[in-house]
Design a protein around this ligand. Structure first.
Ligand code: ATP
Ligand code: MG
Length: 439
């Protein structure tokens, strides 16, 4: 016989199994609830878009577009990419459906899987989940402060360990060219102490050099000209107002002049929320202003600001903080056991009726020995076991055992409603050991 090796998940992909899946969803739902508090409305976006959308928004000379996208030709010969992030899609949709309005501010949120062909490591997956939010319209620096304040709320509510907010300004198209020039002069003058990637980026996308993680490069780059010292008056005022707003709300931040982000569309305020508890991949949320992007994508020329947070990283931090509710197994509340094939019909009928009454129920059909039913119930975390043997079928009854107290009693088989009521009252007052011991 030709036995083939089992197929495994692609590299960098994480299966989230029970009971983790429920915990993951709690993290996502609670983050979404905070965005709803901030007045954001949810948009459901497609998972792939025309490749050109990402090239145009994120930028052709970024890591994401250059080497991280999952790009394919469909059967019609059109080129698409799995979305590596959400902002481009959200803006595309908002523009396409005319939601962007220069006279009013809109707040939209999204969540879901993103795809990037990166080197998998702790905290870095090839499919990961982001929750994100975008504010579009006639914005003021106070809108920047308000978005940061909402993320601050998230950090507090989730009791995230040792987090901080890193803040920078990337200026605007008026002040950036001059800064870029003085940065390039510095980089060329110091090219001897910079790595290969820095050399390549100096030519293609010099601001990205500041982001280099090589320690010797970082040492050199500490002395590079700082963008916040080259801002035009308008950008300087903007940044000052954001900082004043944060100070007034007592939101702590750390000025981080090398924070440039990996996407080309950012302007003015840029930020990252990091935590020491995450190890090397320390950022759990990041974003900033992107004032030219809606116009770049063919929409009205309105400012925008947004962020994206990584749900897997938030999950990890919340596990560390211990702020996630105990793992819930959604236990099958009752397992209906038919000892042999003759009882299967009655078991199927009882299971169906109990579910109609809102009681989670499953069947253990033609189950043989009673011991196997107990084992199955234990594994399911069931609170009750219903037993249908030959005697019960003859008497049209069912034995119902409370697995916590051990108490057992016969009930009329046709009275699912009373059985359901009893399960409800008894079931809420007792939690079986098998679920309590679950880690
Ligand atoms: P990094 O510097 O970590 O590569 P980035 O600049 O590529 O981050 P963004 O595109 O701003 O990150 O994504 C926002 C957030 O999404 C990150 O802060 C992180 O929490 C999460 N994230 C990004 N890429 C990954 C990934 N490959 N795996 C898990 N989470 C990720
Ligand atoms: Mg990245």
């Amino acid at each position: 016989m030709n036995v083939e090796a089992p197929i495994r998940a692609p590299r960098g992909i994480k299966d989230i199994l029970p009971p983790d899946a429920a915990r993951f969803e709690t993290v996502l739902k609670e983050a979404e609830a905070i965005l709803a508090l901030g007045g954001f409305q949810k948009v459901l976006l497609p998972m792939f878009e025309s490749t050109s959308l990402f090239a145009r928004s994120i930028g052709g000379a970024t890591d994401i577009v250059e080497k991280e996208m999952y790009t394919f030709l469909d059967k019609g010969g059109d080129q698409y990419s799995l979305r590596p992030e959400g902002t481009a899609s959200l803006l595309r949709a908002a523009i396409e459906h005319r939601l962007v309005d220069p006279s009013r501010v809109i707040r939209l949120a999204y969540s879901g899987p993103m795809f990037r062909h990166e080197r998998p490591q702790a905290g870095r997956l090839r499919q990961f989940t982001q929750i994100g939010a975008e504010v579009l319209g006639p914005l003021t620096p106070s809108d920047d402060v308000d978005l940061l304040s909402l993320l601050h709320r998230m950090a507090i509510d989730f009791a995230l360990p040792s987090w901080s907010l890193l803040l920078n300004s990337l200026g605007c198209p008026l002040c950036r060219p001059a800064y870029r020039e003085s940065l390039v002069s510095f980089l060329l003058a110091h090219s001897g102490s910079l790595c290969e990637t820095c050399h390549r980026r100096t030519a293609q996308n010099p601001l990205r050099v500041l982001d280099c993680k090589v320690p010797s490069c970082q040492e050199t780059l500490e002395r590079a000209p700082r963008i916040t010292e080259h801002l035009c008056p308008k950008s300087r005022d903007h940044f000052e107002e954001v900082k004043r707003g944060l100070d007034a709300l007592d939101i702590p931040y750390v000025l981080s002049h090398r924070l440039v982000r990996g996407l080309d569309y950012y302007t003015e305020t840029t930020f990252e929320f990091v935590s020491d508890a995450l190890g090397a991949q320390s950022t759990w949320a990041a974003g900033g202003r992107y004032d030219g992007l809606t116009a770049e994508l063919g929409g009205p020329d309105v400012p925008g600001i947004g962020f994206a947070a990584g749900i897997e990283r938030l999950w990890l931090l919340r596990e560390k903080a211990g702020t996630l509710p105990a793992p819930e197994r959604h236990p099958v509340r009752i397992l209906v056991f038919s000892m042999d094939a003759k009882g299967n019909g009655a078991a199927l009928d009882l299971v169906r009726k109990l579910r109609k009454e809102g009681i989670p129920a499953s069947g253990h059909f033609s189950g043989g020995k009673i011991k196997s039913a107990f084992r199955q119930a234990e594994r399911d975390g069931a609170l009750f076991l219903a037993i249908l043997g030959e005697d019960e079928l003859r008497q049209e009854t069912v034995q119902i055992k409370n697995l916590t107290t051990g108490e057992q009693k016969a009930w009329p088989l046709n009275d699912a409603k009373t059985i359901a009521d009893r399960i409800r009252t008894e079931g809420t007052s007792s939690i079986p050991l098998s679920t309590r011991q679950e880690t």
